[in-house]
Ligand binder design. Structure first.
Ligand code: KDG
Length: 328
């Protein structure tokens, strides 16, 4: 039994205010608050599958920061290295809900506590012993877009991971509200070259690898592998996922059928959490992809980014022959 966390992740956890009426934001009158943030979603997903996880980040000394810390703690995520900032607020995002077309997301995060993440936060995690038994580091392309210090924090995390022999996964997570494609591409390409496992949608891979999103998924995955990682994972949404490994094997899995998509946001993070958790357990690519796809389906069937993340029992049921009924 490992003494400390197996997985370390870092980034900005924020509060998402999700409109409760369908339609344009201008007409929304009530909002529900959820803890969100891609890396925190992954942390909770892996924790629900019973692997010890630590999240490194910063929140403001305000009610939203307390809500985030309580949520993460309640999920069993180690937040001992999360700093509480006196002079910067916890970030927010506001999301509208539309039955048709993409839902707009507004960020209120510039100058936020989370964006002040810096290499010191990783050094604190190291001092607290959080890296002692760690096996896996998960980072995303959101963090380097937040600020120069947050980008440096990612660099520090990578250095520590290399020194400690951790497996590194990178979710490209291109956020076009944070930076332009031409700013993001070289930085994400560089991170791709230093990660072991890289995850992305066809659109994200196209930007990073300089290809078209309409290229065959297998060609997109191959272009990621050319940049250096040993595994490329494509998140194909309603079409499931694909895993390609250096050396040639490529496998695909269709999505589990979900009759009612309640909220698709967070499905990609659930997929990532499923993959990491399965690989921590020694699963082969085939099984890890099956777990990832099942976690993605579970996440879209619940509102908020974290609510639908399955427990071990729920995951086992979803993967069983009659599991599909549970999400219809
Ligand atoms: O993957 C879901 C995330 O996009 C959401 O939780 C918010 O982290 C977030 C971001 O920066 O967009």
């Amino acid at each position: 039994v490992p003494a400390g966390p197996e997985l370390i992740t870092l980034g900005e956890c924020l509060v998402a205010l999700v409109a409760q009426q369908q339609g344009p934001l201008a007409d929304a009158v009530t909002f529900r608050a959820f803890a969100a943030g891609s890396e925190a979603n992954v942390a909770v997903g892996v924790a629900r599958l019973e692997h010890p996880v630590a999240f490194v980040g910063r929140v403001g000394r305000d009610g939203f920061g307390s809500a985030i810390l309580r949520r993460l703690r309640g999920e069993g995520v180690d937040v001992s290295a999360v700093a509480v900032e006196e002079s910067a607020p916890t970030a927010l995002l506001v999301r509208e809900r539309r039955a048709i077309g993409p839902s707009e997301v507004l960020y209120y995060r510039s100058g936020s506590a989370g964006s002040r993440l810096s290499p010191e936060d990783l050094d604190r995690a190291l001092e607290l012993g959080l890296l002692a038994g760690a096996r896996w580091l998960h980072i995303t392309g959101i963090t380097p877009a937040l600020s120069a210090s947050a980008r440096a924090a990612v660099e520090r995390a990578l250095e520590l991971a290399r020194a400690g022999g951790l497996t590194v996964s990178l979710d490209l997570n291109l956020r076009r509200k944070l930076w332009r494609d031409d700013e993001a591409a070289p930085i994400l390409r560089d991170l791709t070259g230093r990660a072991d496992v890289v995850l992305g949608s066809p659109n994200e891979v196209a930007v990073v690898a300089g290809r078209s999103a309409d290229d065959q998924p297998s060609a997109l995955a191959a272009s990621v592998l050319e940049l250096g990682p040993t595994i490329a994972l494509l998140k194909l949404g309603a079409d499931g996922g694909m895993a390609a490994a250096r050396g040639g094997s490529v496998i695909e899995r269709p999505a589990l059928p979900v009759a009612m998509v309640v909220d698709p946001v967070g499905a990609g993070d659930a997929f990532t959490a499923g993959w990491i958790s399965a690989q921590l357990e020694g699963a082969d690519l085939d099984e890890a992809l099956e777990v990832a796809v099942a976690c993605g389906a579970a996440a879209v069937a619940a509102e908020g980014d974290m609510s639908g993340l399955p427990t071990r029992a729920e995951l086992a049921h979803l993967r069983s022959a009659d599991g599909i009924d549970t999400i219809r």
